[in-house]
Design a protein around this ligand. Sequence first.
Ligand code: URA
Length: 195
Amino acid sequence: MSCSSAVDPSACQACRLAEHRSRVVLPDGPREGVLAIGEAPGRQEDVSGVGFVGIAGLNLEAAFAACGLAREQWARSNIVRCRPPENRKPRADEVRSCAHWLDRVVDDWLPRVLLAVGQSAAARLIPPWTGSFLSHVERLLLPETGLPVYRGVPVVPMPHTSPLAWNRRRPDGTPIRELGLRAVRRAVILARDPT
Ligand code: URA
């Protein structure tokens, strides 16, 4: 890791993703509310340098809008800040290289809630679980289940909003997006009233 990568986030060369990216996608949005944390920038994010502007971002935006929050009212980040080639999943060493950037945002921005968008983000922020990711999300959304906490901030996990995941149904026939909407609603309510 070069020293300059610790100084200028936009010039980070800490992992191999730097070789392929067009732009580092920095976190954006208001502090002290809901911070949505995704897996990694996609093609449109890589080109624009702005997080969650592709289809997955629009799906997430629509979910927030359904819960009363416009895009300007929630914040965005990712577990890695550079697009992996061909949109592959970020590798463990890439996630580790980027960890201090995300931790700094969580510590400095004082979000009230972290919304982990998809399994990769959840695996980065909450303890390992057994069984399927979606069953775990459902369990954590029950009022009687305590939410996991990351660096002092409650984490609400949700299914990823990429069309492939978002538009599917669970084995019992319920749409995955319904579970996602429940998660976003929980995060929005918690950010308004953390008690
Ligand atoms: N866009 C992002 O910035 N992150 C995701 O996880 C998906 C789309």
